[in-house]
Design a protein around this ligand. Structure first.
Ligand code: AMP
Ligand code: MG
Length: 343
């Protein structure tokens, strides 16, 4: 157990203290606009190793380096194609991560041995201020223990990491609630979507880019199968009780789940349908994918504190930000999805 400093309403002086912790090889959990991140100096392999140990993160799952300004890119990536500047001009700072060939300055452990590094410039003022105070790029996976739902509040970080890291900074509730959109540029205006997030396919296409989806976004990856994004391999976001997504029209889904209600059965429901179930938690409104992204991880964590043996989830739309919600829910349910008429 180590002493964890807890900071709220951070000012410049406290950000400087946290920046110094990062520079001296310690870990600091901090808010970003997507989810909370567990930060370490990206250029210090010993510090990065601590992240893998503390989270119990598989060594083959690479990290995202966070920068406070696009000018920090040059130390991390070999070159930056001109077309991509249109993307960063439009979406940085923000929830967009780009995977690019890395320089020799980036330690192997950051990239899990891959020739590329993932880079993002977050918009949250505390995230930005911390990177500036540290004066180095900060690798920051989600600040949860591996496998658990990502943290979207200070309390979630305290629950998973108190006593294990040097500091946790409170920044209130995460604005977006799911992790960043991860893109692999394929040359020209072609992009491969490795992980859906707050920046949607529609938003990228409206900037004149063509987006192809990695198959691992909606399908399970088989043991030994080659993947573009190693993070997709691992069990993720799961509550302790087994979860099943029930697919179909809301009315049919509600009726099918109601027929299964008994002690210990809980429902992850859109707020419009909450009163129809005996035991249910809300994950936003049926028609508002943003509100679902915002509520999802908190609800998934809450199930673990309830006397819950099985969870049924209503199926979200895959449109816009819904794709990110759907992708996380599929993993939380270990791809267990059943049409309402066959439940
Ligand atoms: P997290 O840190 O929990 O947000 O996860 C980071 C995500 O970015 C994982 O899904 C990784 O697989 C992905 N990622 C990070 N670096 C790379 C890379 N060099 N190539 C492909 N995917 C990456
Ligand atoms: Mg994560």
């Amino acid at each position: 157990m180590i002493k964890t400093a807890l900071f709220s309403n951070v000012d410049t002086q406290q950000l400087n203290i946290c920046g110094e912790l990062i520079r001296s090889g310690e870990l600091v959990a901090f808010p970003t606009e997507t989810v909370y991140g567990l930060g370490a100096n990206a250029l210090d392999s010993m510090a990065v190793e601590k992240i893998f140990k503390v989270k119990n993160r598989p060594a083959d799952n690479p990290l995202i380096a966070h920068i406070s300004d696009p000018s920090m890119l040059s130390g991390l990536v070999k070159d930056f194609p001109k077309e991509l500047e249109e993307l960063t001009d439009r979406f940085w700072p923000g929830a967009l991560t780009l995977v690019l060939p890395r320089t020799e300055k980036v330690p192997d452990i950051v990239s899990a041995g891959l020739p590329t590094v993932a880079v993002r410039c977050p918009s949250h003022p505390i995230a930005n201020g911390l990177i500036r105070a540290a004066g180095v790029p900060i690798v920051a996976p989600s600040a949860n223990l591996s496998g658990r739902p990502s943290p979207t509040t200070f309390d979630h970080c305290v629950e998973d990491l108190f006593g294990k890291i040097a500091a946790i900074i409170d920044g209130g509730k995460s604005e977006i609630g799911v992790e960043s959109t991860v893109l692999l540029p394929l040359g020209g205006r072609r992009l491969k979507l490795l992980r859906p997030g707050g920046i949607t396919i529609e938003m990228l296409e409206s900037q004149g880019f063509q987006v192809e989806m990695d198959p691992a976004i909606l399908s399970p990856v088989k043991e030994g199968q080659k993947v573009s994004s190693p993070g997709m391999l691992h069990r993720h976001y799961a509550p302790k009780a087994p979860m099943t997504i029930v697919a179909g029209k809301a009315e049919a889904v509600v009726r099918a789940i109601q027929a299964k209600e008994e002690e210990g059965v809980w429902v992850l429901a859109f707020e419009e349908y909450l009163p129809l179930f005996k035991n249910a938690l809300s994950f936003g409104s049926e028609k508002d994918s943003k509100s679902q992204a915002n509520a999802l991880f908190d609800a998934l964590r809450k199930f673990d504190s309830l006397p819950c043996k099985a969870i049924f989830a209503m199926e979200p739309s895959q449109e816009g930000e819904g794709l990110a919600v759907y992708n996380r829910l599929l993993r939380a349910a270990s791809f267990q999805i059943i049409p309402a008429e066959r439940l």
